[in-house]
Design a protein around this ligand. Structure first.
Ligand code: CUA
Length: 167
């Protein structure tokens, strides 16, 4: 079978581009520790039971017996409950996220903290914030007319400051 020179050039060009995409994806996944959340945990999404479910309560920041820090947040149209949370820098923080209505996206801007928030499931990821500061938390899944207002702040304070008054 005869293949035109132009066709060959295009075929190789596409091959090179696909290889470049794949390599950059693999590099980002390995070097940036990016991976799809694999934690599958079911929960009853009925708002009345969700707000008092011990697995999502207390909402906000808590410390378990082993000293691990957890943040539990419920997404509702069009807010995060609770709103602002304060966590220490340089400590692993495990986020537990669920929705009381539709699919939302919990994205901590400028960090690798990003997960879909799905009713009926608890999304979980653990991350460490190196730099103290205020981080914007935005909803990155279109969820309705108020989607663009569904934002809050995550405040990261130096570890010593947080130990003094854990929130
Ligand atoms: Cu919630 Cu968009």
């Amino acid at each position: 079978m005869k293949v035109d020179l132009y066709e060959k050039i295009w075929m190789w060009g596409v091959g090179v581009i696909l290889t470049a995409f794949f390599v950059s994806l693999a590099y980002a996944a390995v070097a940036g520790s990016m991976h799809p959340p694999s934690h599958v945990e079911l929960i009853d999404p009925t708002p009345q039971t969700l707000m008092t479910n011990p697995r999502m309560n207390p909402q906000g920041v808590s410390v378990d017996e082993s000293g691990a820090i957890h943040v539990r947040v419920i997404g509702v149209t069009f807010a995060w409950l609770p709103g602002e949370v304060t966590v220490p820098a340089n400590r692993p923080i495990t986020f537990h996220l669920t929705s009381a209505d539709v699919v939302h996206g919990y994205m901590i801007v400028r960090t690798n903290g990003n997960a879909m928030v799905i009713p009926g499931y608890v999304s979980q990821f653990t991350t460490t914030f190196v730099e103290p500061g205020e981080y914007l938390v935005a909803c990155n899944e279109y969820c309705g007319v108020g989607h663009q207002n569904m934002a809050t702040k995550l405040i990261v304070v130096p570890e010593a400051e947080w130990e003094a008054s854990p929130s």
